[in-house]
Design a protein around this ligand. Structure first.
Ligand SMILES: [Zn+2]
Ligand SMILES: [Zn+2]
Length: 143
């Protein structure tokens, strides 16, 4: 995992600095898309400006990607090549986003259905992104 990050950074002529490594580890720990504010809360020693700079560098090298939640808040997560293919559960009320994985049989059923639909547009699908919108457990029970 870290070897892959090092390799990708090297391709962009960048070094896997302490700051970048801390960000990658932070994203690994969260195991869901998070915003900068939440990351800063957990790692208060990192400054906001260096965090944004490092996130931009990591994004340019395809290590981190932006995820849009239910509102305009930008969230970040590690690229699927690093953490595996997954989907997002997006709470429409509080904006919380969780990762979730569906069984392989469901994945291939999704791919088959999408390929059939895309064929009408003469489009060749190579993958998919799929978010489930709804209410998280906190927002379901709160009234
Ligand atoms: Zn919620
Ligand atoms: Zn999928």
């Amino acid at each position: 995992m870290h070897a892959l990050v090092t390799e990708r950074l090297r391709r962009g002529k960048l070094v896997y600095t302490q700051g970048r490594r801390q960000l990658v580890e932070l994203l690994l720990d969260f195991a869901r898309p998070v915003g900068v504010a939440e990351m800063l809360k957990k790692k208060s020693r990192l400054t906001q400006s260096s965090m944004y700079r490092n996130l931009a560098d990591l994004e340019n090298e395809g290590i981190v990607r932006k995820v849009s939640g239910s509102d305009s808040v930008l969230l970040y997560e590690l690229d699927e090549e690093l953490i595996g293919h997954h989907h997002h559960l997006v709470c429409m009320k509080c904006g919380h986003v969780d990762d979730f994985v569906v069984p392989d049989s469901t994945e291939s059923a999704i791919d088959t259905a999408l390929a059939r639909a895309a064929k009408k547009s003469r489009f060749t699908p190579k993958g998919h992104r799929l978010d489930v919108l709804g209410l998280c457990v906190k927002c379901t029970t709160a009234d």
